[in-house]
Design a protein around this ligand. Structure first.
Ligand SMILES: Cc1cc2nc3c(=O)[nH]c(=O)nc-3n(C[C@H](O)[C@H](O)[C@H](O)COP(=O)(O)OP(=O)(O)OC[C@H]3O[C@@H](n4cnc5c(N)ncnc54)[C@H](O)[C@@H]3O)c2cc1C
Length: 569
């Protein structure tokens, strides 16, 4: 037996209660290694992971691992709401058109159809589960957001949609006892057996390693906003799911596309406070230093133009006025309404010494949503048998080159549920035997790096990406970013088994992908703005960029792929 391979003591149980923790693996780490076994292992406790785990638990033995607690997710921070055609004045067809228009030619139309047609049913199920969406006279109150042609955003607790929805789902998970929940457990890597994903290795709070064998793994690890120094994303959003899928050999897609939200509070905190787009939907303005509403005349929808368009115009103002922020103005809206509809924003600003009702609020863009992800079809299947992905970790193709506001919570719901339907098919026939697994990163005891160097490394990744691969990019800056990242990588020893180091290596991996794809895409489209290629170029670039790990160099090998719907199974 080779050093990094261990023989498992037999197949994981196909169903029934979770196996009692035993230590059937022969390992150099011996007693340090714990063992679990599931039909389905879900990694991530945001909207996508909770949806997938709850659905799968109706039939299968499910484990859910999250590196923090269930209230430390991007989902929990979501403010504006969930987009779906719920009103008689709306239709899935209109939602479809708006999504495609915002996506600037790169949306996968089949995936968008699935999203808009199945979305309303998922919202109704959330209500049945106990989510209390905001209503008036028994009817859903629908918000309006950028690039939507109709008011179609359901919300809860005013601007506390994410925490209300996540709490409703988490309550069912924690009270039902159907899902084995492990919080504060960091998944390091996927376990592979002959090209098939058979589980994951994770690190517990006390430094113990657990090997979880599973007949299928669902990656729902959220995004990677922490790759940038200025972000609305929580500290957990370090692209772990992206990086571990890539290490396992999955195909990644559209990694150059990081969406920047135009209206994040202008301050130095990490994460920075978001000022939801719904504020502009309710009539708030954007003003420059001179008080001009610079979006009026710049786009027919003014402040409610698609996010990429608003960010581009903000950049124009920054260059023109030699500044780095503009102002959000809600002073003309009724104070009582603002406090009731936007309690999260109102209270968040109050803590920072600002009054939303009476003051101009300084805002600037911040990294917000990672469009790039693990390539999946509309059933959550990645290119690796046994490995599924949903939510922000996945690239379903619904966002194209620019995400339509409030489509991502919906994506987690719709594709989380479809992943369950596919798991039911797959697990009914899949071979339950898993006998030999390879432990990648988790294999050795290593010295690792000095904690100060790790913290400095993380800060350097953030600065480099913000300065050289942020909203506006050019070849010179991108080359410098690549060199800086490579030099940082070369200066580090292999990661030790601690979360900070493992996160840094994942951030580096995602940053390397973003830079490589941003160099390749020589045009400006959606959220990808190249000052040296300022025009959209459909002739050459109406395509996806796909990346896979080159087995020789270990680096991403890039190729282009057509924009089309994948065949349904
Ligand atoms: C401030 C803010 C406001 C937003 N508002 C909206 C909105 O109004 N509407 C909308 O549609 N979208 C909104 N978005 C985007 C949306 O919230 C996210 O895209 C969505 O919640 C992602 O859900 P998810 O389930 O994919 O991931 P998350 O909710 O981020 O959950 C990821 C989970 O994976 C776990 N995880 C990650 N890595 C590991 C690891 N190595 N090991 C174990 N566990 C791991 C995390 O601990 C977490 O539990 C907003 C985003 C932000 C930042």
């Amino acid at each position: 037996m080779k050093g990094s391979e261990y023989l498992a003591d037999g197949p994981p149980s196909p169903a029934g209660p979770p196996a009692a923790p035993v230590a059937p693996f022969i390992s150099r780490r011996g007693a340090d290694l714990r063992y679990s076994s599931y039909d389905v292992l879900v990694v991530g406790g945001g909207i996508a992971g909770l949806t997938a785990a709850l659905g799968a638990a109706n039939r299968w033995n499910v484990g859910l691992i999250t590196k923090s607690t269930l209230d430390q997710t991007t989902t929990f921070l979501a403010q504006g709401g969930i987009a779906a055609a719920m009103s008689p004045h709306d239709s899935p067809e209109l939602h479809f058109k708006d999504t495609l228009e915002a996506g600037v030619g790169l949306c996968d139309e089949e995936a968008v159809r699935v999203l808009v047609e199945e979305g309303p049913a998922r919202i109704r199920e959330l209500e049945e589960l106990g989510t209390r969406f905001d209503k008036r006279d028994g009817k859903l109150i629908l918000g309006k957001e950028g690039a939507h042609s109709r008011a179609r955003v359901v919300h809860a607790g005013g601007d506390a949609t994410g925490s209300v929805v996540a709490s409703a789902l988490a309550d069912v998970i924690t009270s039902g006892g159907r899902v084995e929940l492990h919080e504060n457990e960091f998944v390091i890597d996927l376990l592979m057996d002959g090209g098939r994903c058979v589980g994951a290795a994770s690190l517990g709070e006390e430094g113990e390693l657990t090997v979880s064998l599973a007949r299928a793994v669902v990656l729902a690890c959220g995004g990677a906003g922490q790759v940038y120094s200025r972000t609305t994303n929580p500290l957990v959003a370090t692209g772990d799911g992206h990086a571990m899928a890539y290490r396992a050999g999955a195909v990644m897609r559209d990694m150059e596309f990081m969406q920047f939200h135009p209206t994040a509070f202008y301050g130095a905190e990490n994460p920075t406070l978001l000022l939801t787009e719904a504020l502009r939907g309710e009539g708030a303005y954007l003003r420059d230093d001179a008080g001009e509403r610079f979006m009026v005349g710049s786009h027919p929808r003014a402040e409610l133009a698609p996010r990429d368009v608003v960010v581009r115009h903000m950049r124009r103002i920054f260059d023109r006025d030699a500044t780095d922020h503009v102002w959000l103005d809600a002073r003309h809206l009724e104070a009582a309404f603002l406090r009731k509809r936007f309690p999260t924003v109102y209270n968040g600003l109050a803590k920072r010494g600002f009054d939303l009702c009476t003051q101009l609020i300084p805002v600037a863009p911040a990294s917000h949503y990672f469009i790039g992800g693990v390539l999946t079809d509309t059933w959550g299947r990645t290119t690796i048998p046994g490995l599924y992905a949903c939510g922000e970790t996945a690239s379903t193709g619904i966002h194209g080159a620019n995400r339509l506001a409030s489509n991502s919570l919906l994506e987690g719901l719709v594709f989380g549920e479809r992943t369950v339907r596919e798991l039911n098919r797959y697990l009914a026939v899949a071979d339950p035997a898993v006998r030999k697994v390879k432990l990648g990163l988790a294999d050795e005891v290593r010295e690792g790096n000095d904690p100060a160097a790790v913290a400095e490394g993380r800060a350097l990744v953030g600065r480099t990406m913000t300065d050289l691969c942020g909203i506006v990019r050019d070849r010179e800056g991108l080359d410098k970013a690549r060199e800086t990242l490579e030099a940082l990588q070369a200066s580090l020893a292999a990661p030790g088994l601690n979360v900070a180091e493992l996160e840094l290596f994942n951030l580096l991996s995602v940053a390397e992908h973003i830079v490589a794809a941003a160099i390749l895409r020589e045009e400006s489209r959606g959220v990808h703005l190249r000052s040296d290629f300022p025009e959209r170029d459909d002739g050459h670039w109406r395509c996806h960029i796909l990346a896979r790990r080159d087995p020789g160099s270990g680096r991403p090998a890039l190729e282009t792929g057509p924009v089309e719907s994948r065949e349904e199974a």
